[in-house]
Design a binder for this molecule. Sequence first.
Ligand code: 13P
Ligand code: SF4
Length: 305
Amino acid sequence: MTGSIIEKINNLKKKKNAVILAHNYQPGEIQDIADFTGDSLELSRKAASTSADVIVFCGVLFMAETASILSPQKTVLLPDKNAGCPMADMITAAQLEELKQKYPDSLVVCYVNSPAEVKAISDYCCTSSNAVDVVNSLDAEKKIIFVPDKNLGQVVKQRTGRDMVLWPGYCPTHIFATADDVKKIQAAHPAAILLAHPECPEPVRDCADELLSTGQMLKYVRTSDKKEFIIATEIGIIHTLKKQNPDKTFYPASEKFICPNMKKITLEKVLFSLEDNKYIVKVPDDIAQKARKALDRMIAVLPKG
Ligand code: 13P
Ligand code: SF4
């Protein structure tokens, strides 16, 4: 059954000149059929550069919106129209507008996990892999408004020493692992390296050996001579970690580390999406045009390391 679904997906992909992009948190079987997997920055770059006519985005809405903004001439499909990101929805354009009025001389940096309308009124976009580099590239005299993730914002503020106003958004998945959970796993596996996503709250971040985006975690593990790793981010990434590193062992920081929205995408929905061109994500031209400036600036800043 699964075999025939995959065959149908592959046939339709060829017929429609489609490409399947999947985030590192996607279910294993989706990552396995994807043409390209990656973190938010890697997927944005791919969406901007692909020659395909159709992009099937296996991820959440803000990622498909980003692809639509960067490649407006392409058809961008999100296989489940309800796959959103609750953190992205914690800020609206009206709320950001109010904040900008309060700090009129500031620059706005918005995490890519945000609605298109928020990107449209931001100066810069960033992802977890280049947020520090984006902020470091800005005029040192300027105050920076950072939305919507307070956790990534705190990391950037600590690492750059910049004057920053942080919006109080957060990821409801990355609060599942507590510092107690993490310390217990560390005690049980004292040789393991703890890799945490910057979206984790501070007490968990403080236990970490490294704070990395999902793409950076994959690279770190591939090139490390260590054998055991505790992973403090969504467990979907462990599928690819194991596949790429069969000789290494991975412990999730918590079994509850699951993003329910990322898990809404299934093979059947990918097939339906290609069969019926659904669900089309198209950011209106006026918003896309403004948001593209912030995204182009994000793509231009290469993460270090
Ligand atoms: P990455 O860019 O590190 O893949 O993170 C995306 C995300 O949504 C984290 O929750
Ligand atoms: Fe959004 Fe958190 Fe899911 Fe990432 S893991 S898509 S930030 S809800």
